[in-house]
Design a binder for this molecule. Structure first.
Ligand code: SDX
Length: 382
């Protein structure tokens, strides 16, 4: 049966919620959290402040921020039995799968309340999830290579503590600030696939750990958050950064109808504003640590893609330059998407809280394309 006019593949353009969390103007390349431009938030606010803004709707006062920061820091620790669960997982497995597994079991270890009936418990679940995700990612990073996890420190900010837990070294001020800004930039992005997944799961009144675990699974795919990992691998397959080489490489990919990772977006038809800021962060790191050869290739690819497919509204998205920043910060490539998750958890939870304020279970319809009213044949007749 042909698609009916009501059917929108990928639900493109179909509103799935009323929301005051995030506003995107895809034609103008504008992104705002709770009405504040992301450029200003990345420059003036840390991740804890932005998380408070997303979860509770307003920027915190100095006292509110101090209390919230302390609350998050106090919740960073993981029960040793959750660490034991991580120790059972195969070290060759992807960190996103380890994160999904750990968050799913967290629901069993922190199940002392009713998040639907009790807003205070709901808030506690949100704080725990934001606080503990970096601890899980860092713990798995160490466990899989045979090292003991490092206990979180409560005297460090959210981003600095994450970097500290990876290798046991306190990051310098620049690394901590850039990690923090990258977390701010990835914290929220309206009704993307993982946020939609989170809201759908939350709408069944499943616990917040199940909602976030399902969102992590959704983020992992290469068409979504998983793209940041694939971008670097893809850039490394381009032999050099000369315009001719990059042009031919891109033309061949496009001729084969292959997707070029880190480009294109359902909503943005111009360059993603986060990509511009991430590029600035990358250059700040290069000033201190020296450049990355792959960066020249990335710049050239952006230029060539503009000429080749810019007219179709295909431009760099958030995942195009983030890997270059993360690599310079010393992160393993397969930890790039987990870093996206430890940031985006704030947005997922903001949507979860909003969903539960006025909940109705998600239950879309479908367009039937099968044959109806059939008679089951006997096994000899099939
Ligand atoms: C994220 O939604 C969000 O907000 C997500 C996100 C967030 O913060 O939550 O911004 C994070 O997921 C960023 C996107 C990361 N993914 C990638 O970089 C993978 C590569 N990008 C594409 O697969 C694609 O652009 C999507 C998945 C991001 C969007 O897909 P759409 O909206 O369904 O668009 P489409 O695949 O139908 O493409 C439309 C046209 C097609 O050409 P035509 O058939 O019309 O000729 O654009 C072409 C596509 O072939 N196209 C690309 C392309 N992306 C789209 N061509 C080459 N390379 C690409 N990357």
């Amino acid at each position: 049966m042909a698609d009916s006019p009501e059917f929108a593949p990928g639900l493109a353009g179909i509103p799935a919620a009323r929301s005051s969390v995030c506003l995107i103007n895809g034609a103008a390349g504008k992104l705002q959290y709770r009405g504040y431009p992301v450029e200003q938030l990345a420059e003036h606010c840390n991740y804890e402040e932005v998380t408070y803004l997303l979860l509770f709707g307003s920027l915190p006062t100095r006292d509110q921020l101090a209390a919230f920061t302390a609350e998050l820091a106090a919740e960073r620790h993981l029960k040793f039995r959750i660490i034991d669960v991580l120790k059972q997982l195969p070290e060759s497995g992807h960190p996103m799968d380890a994160l999904t597994a750990a968050v799913a079991v967290m629901g069993m270890f922190y199940a002392e309340g009713d998040h639907v009936a009790d807003p205070a418990f709901r808030r506690l679940c949100a704080v725990r999830l934001v606080a503990k995700l970096p601890t899980v990612v860092a713990a798995w990073h160490r466990i899989r290579r045979g090292d003991n996890p490092i206990e979180p420190r409560s005297d460090l900010g959210h981003a600095a503590n994450f970097l500290y837990m990876l290798e046991g070294e306190e990051p310098d001020e620049l690394a901590a600030r850039i990690m923090d800004a990258a977390l701010v930039l990835h914290a929220e992005h309206s009704m993307n696939a993982s946020t939609f997944t989170c809201r759908v799961t939350a709408s069944t009144l499943a616990d917040p750990y199940a909602s976030v675990a399902s969102a992590i699974g959704s983020l992992a795919g290469p068409l979504h958050g998983g793209a940041n990992e694939v971008v670097l691998e893809m850039l490394r397959t381009i032999p050099d950064s000369t315009p001719e080489t990059v042009r031919v490489w891109a033309e061949n990919k496009l001729a084969r109808k292959e997707k070029i990772m880190g480009f294109g977006h359902r909503v943005y038809k111009v360059k993603d504003p986060r990509a511009d800021i991430l590029q600035t962060l990358a250059t700040q790191l290069f000033d201190k640590l020296g450049s990355t050869p792959i960066y020249a290739t990335a710049i050239e690819l952006e230029k060539q893609m503009k000429e080749l497919v810019g007219h179709k509204g295909i431009a760099p998205n958030v995942d195009f330059y983030s890997g270059i920043v993360y690599e310079k910060l010393g992160l393993d490539t397969d930890n790039f998407t987990p870093v996206f998750a430890i940031s985006r958890v704030a947005g997922w939870l903001a949507h979860l809280l909003e969903q539960l304020e006025d909940n109705r279970i998600y239950r879309p319809s479908q367009i039937w394309t099968g044959t109806a009213d059939r008679t089951v044949p006997t096994i000899d007749e099939r």
